[in-house]
Design a protein around this ligand. Structure first.
Ligand SMILES: Nc1ncnc2c1ncn2[C@@H]1O[C@H](COP(=O)(O)OP(=O)(O)OP(=O)(O)O)[C@@H](O)[C@H]1O
Length: 231
């Protein structure tokens, strides 16, 4: 049986107050294992991004616990949580969050700079990761000169450069055409996934459902069903 990467229990998240209060995540559990690609799917507003943000240490839940690699992450103080995230969880945002004034290579190097690596070492490593995602020759360009699929690969390289065991992608194919979206997911499956990694993906995109190991279906803040088997 595969080892647990993330185990979340009884998560609750509300937004707003009084009659305007929305329950975005409603007493929800989630287990994610090393060696799998786990999708979270469901209608708009069902709580997918909220759940993803809670289990990846970005958004504090109102109730419940999230254990990542054995650590109860929401019990850590702010600095310890930031360090834990930097070392263990790579996050690829829907709109990539690349810095327009930095070169592609500098964008990829950022996590290492934050971890206080020396600039030349960080840039050399960024070159290596750009090679892995097939964009070595684009290193000097600003991200605006790259296509959507290329920017997505830069964001993946940046998320992977500190070698996190857990990679989280929010709607990675939303702004890509079908063919590019499929290529990105096949790349993640072929080059990034291994037995010691866990990959979580929130998506609406039925064109890529076939590349999941398991699919969690969310409705109204709850997991309404699970497809697939733990490897
Ligand atoms: N920052 C926020 N402030 C107020 N309400 C929020 C906030 N973030 C999410 N919500 C509400 O929480 C619910 C769940 O939102 P969430 O973004 O998690 O859903 P989703 O399934 O990811 O939706 P989508 O597929 O449209 O991105 C929705 O009703 C949403 O309006």
């Amino acid at each position: 049986m595969a080892a647990l990467a993330i185990s979340a229990r009884n998560l609750v998240k509300w937004f707003g107050e009084g009659p305007a209060r929305t329950t975005a995540v409603d007493d929800t559990n989630l287990d994610a294992y090393f060696g799998e690609i786990l999708y979270i799917v469901g209608p708009s507003g069902s709580g997918k991004t909220t759940l993803l943000s809670i289990v990846s240490g970005i958004l504090r839940p109102d109730r419940g616990h999230v254990i990542v690699k054995g650590k109860d992450i929401w019990q850590l103080d702010k600095d310890a949580l930031a360090d834990f995230r930097l070392a263990n969880i790579g996050f690829v945002f829907q709109d990539y969050h690349l810095f327009p004034r930095l070169s592609t290579a500098e964008n990829v190097a950022i996590p290492l700079i934050l971890q206080k690596h020396k600039w030349p070492d960080a840039m050399a490593e960024a070159g290596r990761y750009l090679e892995i995602v097939g964009l070595r020759e684009r290193a000097e360009l600003p991200p605006v000169k790259l296509s959507g699929g290329e920017q997505q690969r830069v964001a993946i390289a940046r998320a992977m450069i500190s070698q996190p065991d857990i990679l989280v992608l929010d709607e990675p194919t939303a702004s890509l055409d079908g063919d590019t979206g499929r290529k990105i997911i096949l790349f993640v499956r072929g080059q990034i996934l291994n037995a010691h990694r866990c990959i979580l993906i929130v998506t609406h995109d039925a064109r890529i459902f076939e590349y999941a190991d398991r699919i969690l279906h969310m409705e109204d803040g709850k997991i309404a069903g699970v497809e697939g088997k733990v490897r």
